[in-house]
Write a protein that binds this ligand. Structure first.
Ligand SMILES: [Zn+2]
Length: 377
């Protein structure tokens, strides 16, 4: 099963670009964490992600598996950053990178830059909150101008994209009114936010009315272009209120998108794996991945993958790395996923629950076929 899964090409339906500057130890470790707060005398290598990074990435840089962190970082620094990217991202066996460009996009490679550096097909997924913030920075006269500017810019950007994405869970939590707001209400909220931006009391979009407007506008565009709306769920940022990021709290919005035939792809889903699998089972339009948590759980990833596979229909699961910044996270995402999937399917075969043929078809579906069905790639 392992060699069959290793031979499959993957569609990474949610990832980010890599940084191209040389990284010293502190800079490298900062990118190994979702909420980097260094603890004196401790290292980011001393956690599950650090263990699998040294196990699997060290040989790609010419070191033995389980190299020491200082040797790893020193060897990496001696190589040109482009060479690091080419070796690590270029050997993932991924065919398509679907890249979220809305997070710290000035610090990382664009989709074109990723294609140039790796030879892989890289396409854009547009983050709707980032578009609203971009338009606000242009200094619209009032809330109505903000709304119109957002609608026009999102429509334009959606044309070249393969999907749209929202981080509503991080900005307001899922626990908000899930009906589309009226125009007057949106314009009033826009007036208030622009004033707060001007006096420095707000720096980013957190207003639920404006985000609801963005979500329904995004839903309409996804319906038109026949591609998914991605929703970040659970683990992935430090500044979230986790209990209110349970995706089942967002059921009314998901149900509305089901009526519009808009696929909703739930990203990461940790620790709400069973809640996400439940939504994938009961809604025709819901897809799930475990994304970033594969790398962060490292040696325990087979158990995490097994949990979401308890209930998720085989035609509803996707692969993503959610790699950001480090080329290592792209490489590991694929490696850890392949190992975990082989482990889960091997167990099912050994217990006589499925045939090898069935296991291979499940692996192909999750690796790329499901993504190819819902994304225009
Ligand atoms: Zn992400």
């Amino acid at each position: 099963m392992q060699s069959y899964i290793d031979s499959l090409s993957l569609i990474d339906h949610h990832c980010h670009g890599v940084v191209t500057r040389p990284l010293d130890r502190p800079a490298f470790e900062a990118l190994m964490s979702e909420g980097h707060k260094p603890v004196a005398g401790c290292t980011q290598f001393d956690k599950p992600l650090g263990a699998v990074l040294l196990r699997w990435c060290a040989p790609v840089l010419g070191l033995p598996p389980h190299a020491e962190p200082e040797d790893y970082v020193a060897t990496r620094l001696k190589l040109a950053p482009d060479e690091v990217t080419r070796r690590l991202v270029g050997s993932t066996g991924v065919s398509n990178l679907l890249i979220d460009t809305g997070h710290r996009s000035d610090a990382i490679l664009t989709p074109e830059g990723m294609t140039h550096a790796t030879g892989l097909d890289a396409r854009e997924v547009v983050r709707i909150e980032a578009i609203m913030e971009e338009v606000a920075r242009l200094g619209p006269a009032d809330g109505a101008a903000l709304r119109k500017g957002f609608d026009a810019r999102l429509e334009e950007r959606a044309k070249g994209a393969v999907g749209l994405k929202s981080i509503v869970a991080y900005r307001t939590t899922f626990d908000i009114d899930q009906t589309p707001p009226g125009v007057a209400e949106v314009d009033r909220a826009g007036d208030a936010w622009l004033k707060a931006l001007a006096d420095g009391s707000s720096r980013r979009l957190e207003d639920p009315v404006l985000i609801r407007h963005a979500l329904f506008r995004a839903g309409e565009l996804c319906r038109t272009h026949r591609y998914p709306l991605q929703l970040h769920v659970g683990f992935g940022d430090a500044d979230i209120l986790m209990p209110k990021c349970d995706p089942t709290v967002f059921t009314p919005f998901i149900a509305q998108m089901e009526k519009w035939d808009v696929p909703i792809t739930l990203l990461h889903c940790y620790p709400f794996l069973r809640e996400a699998a439940f939504l994938a089972e009961v809604f025709a339009n819901v897809y799930v991945d475990i994304g970033v948590i594969q790398n962060f759980t490292g040696p325990s990833a087979p158990r995490v993958l097994a949990e979401i596979m308890e209930l998720t229909p085989f035609y509803k699961q996707l692969y993503s790395s959610d790699a950001f910044g480090l080329a290592e996270l792209h490489f590991l995402g694929a490696r850890v996923f392949r190992n975990a999937l082989a482990s889960v399917l091997h167990d099912w075969i050994t217990r006589g629950e499925i045939t090898v043929k069935k296991a291979e078809s499940i692996a192909r579906a999750i690796a790329s076929e499901n993504a190819r069905r819902i994304y225009p790639v």
